[in-house]
Design a protein around this ligand. Structure first.
Ligand code: SAH
Length: 213
């Protein structure tokens, strides 16, 4: 599903102007059509640099934030990646383009089902979606080379930190839901965790427990 060329150029230009410069990230976002993950009402805004509503009161993140988080995660082709917060499945698809294997979990079963349909329509087969409380990570597939959390936690959940491989990187928005959140990059070196603050962001909150739907 390639974007038509004019819209694609504008979309990529907007990403670059917001600081997304990594060529692999730009390549993945050029390949994965955001329009495929935004339906109905908001479809004609799919290439604008704004978050948009999806089902269950959740949002698909702003493209420049997807780009900045993806580039900060520095995904390598052999990596096994965990995403917490599948939502529309867009970020998972972008990660799937860059990594060997992606697991993405969401607390809403309905979102997992919808996103699963979009990924199979897009012939993306290395991304596995599961209905889980991502606060506990995915112990049966751990450890991970890279972990991305796309909902805001007050603190990075300890089980996620424990599921990060030696040399692994995690990107997570941290802060109270309605106040300013900061995107944090955490690098594990042995038992040491180094925290780097990247940029202010605004995400829906990470909520404990699987949703009744
Ligand atoms: N990455 C998504 C957008 C994420 S919106 C995309 O590309 O579209 C945040 C998502 O986190 C929501 O879908 C919400 O249901 C999910 N979420 C919130 N708390 C969670 C938890 N504890 N475990 C798993 N998913 C959670």
């Amino acid at each position: 599903m390639p974007l038509d060329s004019m819209r694609k150029m504008q979309f990529l230009f907007a990403l670059r102007s917001k600081g997304v410069t990594d060529s692999r990230t730009l390549g993945a976002m050029e390949k994965i059509d955001r329009g495929h993950f935004v339906r109905g009402h908001f479809a004609d805004r799919a290439y604008d640099d704004i978050p948009l509503p999806i089902s269950y009161g959740q949002t698909i993140s702003q493209p420049s934030v997807v780009g900045l988080m993806t580039q900060a995660l520095n995904v390598r082709p052999r990596d096994k990646v965990l995403e917490v917060g599948t939502g529309s499945g867009y970020q998972a698809a972008v990660l799937g383009h860059l990594a060997r294997r992606v697991y993405s979990v969401d607390r809403h079963h309905g979102l997992i089902q919808e996103a699963g349909g979009r990924l199979s329509d897009g012939d993306i087969y290395n991304v596995t979606l599961l209905t889980r409380d991502g606060c506990f990570g995915l112990p049966e597939q751990a450890p991970f080379d890279r972990i991305m959390v796309t909902a805001a936690a007050e603190d990075p959940p300890a089980p996620l930190l424990a599921q990060l491989k030696e040399g692994g990187i995690m990107v997570v928005p941290v802060g109270q839901s309605d106040t300013l959140q900061r995107l944090i990059k955490i690098i594990r070196t042995g038992d040491r965790l180094d925290y780097h603050e990247l940029l202010p962001v605004r995400f829906v909150p990470l909520i404990e427990g699987v949703a009744p739907d």
